[in-house]
Write a protein that binds this ligand. Sequence first.
Ligand SMILES: Cc1cc2nc3c(=O)[nH]c(=O)nc-3n(C[C@H](O)[C@H](O)[C@H](O)COP(=O)(O)OP(=O)(O)OC[C@H]3O[C@@H](n4cnc5c(N)ncnc54)[C@H](O)[C@@H]3O)c2cc1C
Length: 473
Amino acid sequence: MAVFPEGRGAGGEGERVHVVRLGVYGEEGPLAVAPVHFDADAGEAALLPLHLHMPARRAQACQRQSAFALFAPVVADKRFLIIGGGIVGLATALKLARRLPGARITVLEKEPGVGRHQSTHNSGVLHCGLYYKPGSLKARLAVSGVQEMTAFCREHSIPHEICGKLVVAVDEDEVARLHNLQERGAKNGLLGLRWLNHGLMREIEPHVGGVAALHVPQEGIVDYARVCATMLELITLAGNRVVTSARVTALREHASGWVAETTAGAFEGDFMVNCAGLHSDRVSELAGERREVRIVPFRGEYYQLRKEREFLVRHLIYPVPDPEFPFLGLHYTRMIHGGIEAGPNAVLAFAREGYKKTDIRVADLWDALTFSGLWNFIRKHKHMTWMEVERSFSKSLFCESLQRLVPEIRERDLEPGGAGVRAQAMSPDGTLVQDFCLVARPKALHVLNAPSPAATASLAIGEEIAGQIVPAL
Ligand SMILES: Cc1cc2nc3c(=O)[nH]c(=O)nc-3n(C[C@H](O)[C@H](O)[C@H](O)COP(=O)(O)OP(=O)(O)OC[C@H]3O[C@@H](n4cnc5c(N)ncnc54)[C@H](O)[C@@H]3O)c2cc1C
């Protein structure tokens, strides 16, 4: 264990008094960080009065001990409540446990098991950061996230494969946008991006159409259900808890923390992290936040290729996405356990967990219809909204979109597949929030937008959250 100054936290150049932070590092990385009051003129440094929270006897004893002994018991034994046992909540629990081994962490999940919503109703792709605006949180966490997720899968023998993908331009318009995407990917630090003409594309995917493609070799596929199950195992092995069938119905803040009322009883914590996915805006409201940005559910429906036609797709084939939307467009995905999926579309859903077209939940519908953002979105994107509804009900339109990438695909090749619902944050002016959104409060942190590629980036998001919380404790 070693103690290092972490850098200045407050006070600027030339100011007499600074608050610096002292980090305590174990073999596995940072264990705890404490603020230190540093008076440059007097040449004095003092730990900020964390010990005031301790009984007097312990504080006196601590003054004779090392810095670690002084603050570690205060910070490290904090109780954390994490609301939502999806991949982001589970990864956050893992990362907090690693930074603060003495912390007591409770994950509260409303379903009977973990990862029952977005985390296992997705394309199963490991995204490596091609699409995201350079400098954004998404770009940073996707790039580090895919490496961390791949290492995690290797370490725990979770099925995965870095098989690479093609992003295909079907006309000159798309060629220009694909060039922009290539530049973006390069700025984000992706390695091995390769521009392919029609002939070269077909060496990788013999049945692909289009005029040019970008080969993205770092992209892959994975079993996210196994990732969630492994995270659950690691959390409980470390002595922390995941309580299932515990829907948080109320949150009460008190002087030193929170009480979460759930369908499985009440739970107390000093700090709360909201990772509730499709319900994250509602959970933030339970904690007293104003719901300015709201979750709007977009269902993504898939077809599956008939077994005899699976030879048409080898790996991953994607279109050039419309830069106005965070959705990637209908694509082909080889699944890690076999089979080829085609989809997903992005159609407005009438229920936040509405996996079927006919699923309607009055509370969710009312919530959406009374939100000005939704009407502004529909006004601005009438064509896209209507086209998605039509394509959802028309297999032939769905098939036409897929034929842009693989012309030999026929309607009869497509069998009904699954669906997922995206938790997409929307602003009151109808703008879709593109970046990940983490909102920090003194005793809480809310993850208010964690759409794709948050499954890939979950460990990096967890690290980011732990990195924001721990120094502020
Ligand atoms: C169709 C589709 C395709 C996608 N494809 C990919 C992909 O290929 N690669 C990729 O990286 N990402 C992909 N994504 C995105 C990715 O799946 C999500 O970004 C990620 O799973 C978000 O994880 P989460 O933990 O935030 O949300 P979730 O998995 O939805 O977890 C939130 C959890 O909170 C729980 N919860 C909610 N409210 C409460 C409450 N009040 N009390 C207790 N618990 C509560 C829920 O039950 C749920 O388990 C896709 C998403 C969709 C929908």
